[in-house]
Design a protein around this ligand. Structure first.
Ligand code: FE
Ligand code: FE
Ligand code: MG
Length: 166
């Protein structure tokens, strides 16, 4: 860790590390939920869904990487065992027990909505007194907002198709 870089965060560093490790746990679970979803999804418009799910999986893994680097910069340690992901996560993991495309999309939309609320709360708590974390979490939030919209648009298209309106 850089000493001055941490000094400007001051006494808030420990709390920020905690918030970032919780988000880090969510990102790994989101990554796996998308990754396994892309393998097992079934039904109409499956190919479009697979492409979107795979892209989102890659984004979530990149978010985990961004968070890990910031945790280390602040003098913390990213969660070292998957068991902890379930204890720390804000949004948890929704098992895709039903692989039908609309079910998978709905589960992932709920996950994105939880992620959006979580990152918004982190931004509010961290505030501009830690501009590096603020900026990093804002970048991630921007992606999650895009993810939600992509999935809702796909679900809407699917709805039109199932009603025979194409
Ligand atoms: Fe993410
Ligand atoms: Fe996302
Ligand atoms: Mg997308």
């Amino acid at each position: 860790m850089g000493t001055r870089g941490r000094e400007i965060v001051g006494k808030n560093a420990e709390r920020t590390i905690e918030l970032l490790n919780k988000a880090f746990s969510d990102e790994w679970l989101a990554y796996y939920q998308y990754w396994i979803g892309s393998k097992i999804v079934a039904g109409p418009m499956k190919d479009a869904a697979i492409a979107e799910l795979m892209q989102h999986a890659a984004d979530e893994l990149r978010h985990a990487d961004m968070l890990a680097l910031r945790i280390i910069q602040l003098g913390g340690t990213p969660v070292t065992t998957p068991k902890r992901w379930f204890e720390l996560a804000n949004c948890g993991y929704a098992e895709p027990a039903d692989p039908f495309i609309s079910k998978i999309l709905e589960q992932n939309i709920a996950g994105e909505q939880c992620a959006i609320s979580t990152y918004h709360a982190i931004i509010e708590e961290v505030g501009i007194k830690d501009p590096v974390t603020y900026n990093l979490v804002s970048q991630i939030l921007t992606d999650e907002v895009e993810h939600e919209e992509d999935l809702q648009a796909l679900l809407e298209d699917l709805g039109f198709m199932l009603k025979g309106r194409v």
